[in-house]
Design a binder for this molecule. Structure first.
Ligand code: NAP
Ligand code: ZN
Length: 348
């Protein structure tokens, strides 16, 4: 089935209209008409080949929401007309330790990404959500319970939401814990909302003074400008967890020093180039950890969506027609978005 999409043919080329093929739904597949797709910084990293190995043409997009328009005969979880989501994964091996324990994102064979993943479908790699339709095996499709008029603002939960929810849950965020969120962009603004909703004392770290008021209204108890050494020093040895979403290399010691002993600085930002090496004495002498975390498993993504539906949590978005996607990439790179661009896929 031919589908209109937006993608790029090379790292240094703008995204443009492109026609792609989607497979006919197999027995366990659902076809989804995509209503909205969020724009993640990973889309920009991938389209511009800032990480090694981008396959072209590249159609980004892994914050997908829409409606089921067709299903294979063995699909049991969804009906035509259901409102659903697809995040960063569309398949995994299903039998390794990680998959069996519900952490498909850590699949030993590597999960199949919603874009740039290996597939038998043409052109041999997966193509993402900047498109009219997508076909996905039902096990990687999420059920959306939010009211229909919130659908566009639900899209970013499929990556930005789960990528911050998963480490917050893994490191037991809740009442009595002090949690920092670094970088108030797409991921970070969800991290602030979720840490607060989970009951933690929530501190937002930003380099952008103009985000101070906004970060407070997102739910932060306190906002610290990370370029201000005395404001940083006031929080030394006090955090249980700091989730770092920054998309560029920077000094990690400024955050490990803020952890209490036993605390973790969890990296989720994936910059093009490495961070400067952190000082290991800070880690050894106070048993602090630098950890990483990747999106979240399918069951945990459903848990996060249900938690957000229950608490009325959605992303703060700026909706754009697909024709503005290149401008949106440039503005995202300049940290000029509050806080997530979402494509109205009907403009395709
Ligand atoms: P984003 O919306 O562009 O936000 C990134 C934020 O980082 C910016 O808003 C800015 O926050 C801060 N920042 C940017 N450049 C900086 C610099 N030079 N120094 C200090 N702070 C800087 O990006 P996003 O979509 O949230 O994604 C963030 C990163 O996470 C990307 O690298 C993305 O690829 C990665 N990611 C990882 C996963 C995962 O599973 N681990 C999933 C999705 C995305 P302030 O203005 O507040 O300082
Ligand atoms: Zn993403």
């Amino acid at each position: 089935m031919s589908t209109k999409a937006y993608g790029t043919h090379a790292a240094d080329k703008a995204l443009e209209p492109i026609d792609i093929e989607r497979r006919q739904p197999g027995p366990k597949d659902v076809r989804i008409e995509i209503a909205y797709c969020g724009i993640c910084h990973s889309d920009l990293h991938q389209a511009r080949s800032e990480w090694a190995g981008t396959l072209y043409p590249c159609v980004p997009g892994h914050e997908i929401v829409g409606r089921v328009t067709a299903k294979g005969p063995d699909v049991t979880k969804f009906e035509v007309g259901d409102t659903v989501g697809v995040g960063c994964m569309v398949d995994s091996c299903g039998h390794c330790h990680s998959c069996v324990s519900g952490h498909e994102q850590y699949c030993d064979e590597g999960f199949v990404g919603t874009y740039n993943g290996k597939t038998e479908d043409a052109p041999g790699h997966t193509l993402g959500g900047y498109a009219q339709h997508i076909v996905v095996t039902e096990d990687f499709v999420l059920d959306i319970k939010h009211p229909g008029d919130q659908l566009a603002a639900v899209a970013p939960l499929l990556c930005a939401g789960i990528t911050t929810y998963s480490p917050l849950r893994h490191w037991n965020t809740g009442p009595g814990k002090k949690v920092g969120i670094v970088g108030i962009g797409g991921l970070g603004h969800m991290g602030v909302k979720l840490a607060r909703a989970l009951g933690a004392r929530t501190v937002a770290f930003t380099t952008t003074e103009s985000k101070r008021e906004a970060a407070l209204s997102l739910g932060a108890h306190e906002v610290v400008i990370s370029r201000d050494p005395s404001a940083m020093a006031a929080h030394r040895n006090s955090f249980d967890l700091i989730v770092n979403t920054v998309s560029a290399p920077h000094d990690l010691d400024q955050f490990t020093t803020l952890l209490k002993s036993g605390g973790s600085l969890t990296l989720v930002g994936l910059p093009e180039n490495p961070h400067p090496a952190p000082a290991y004495s800070e880690l050894i002498f106070k048993r602090k950890a630098i950890a990483g975390s990747l999106i979240g498993g399918i069951a945990e993504t459903q848990e996060m969506l249900d938690f957000c539906a229950d608490k009325g949590i959605v992303a703060d978005i700026e909706m754009i027609p697909v024709q503005k996607v290149n401008e949106a990439f440039d503005r995202m790179e300049a940290s000029d978005v509050k806080y997530r661009f979402v494509i109205d896929n009907s403009t395709l």
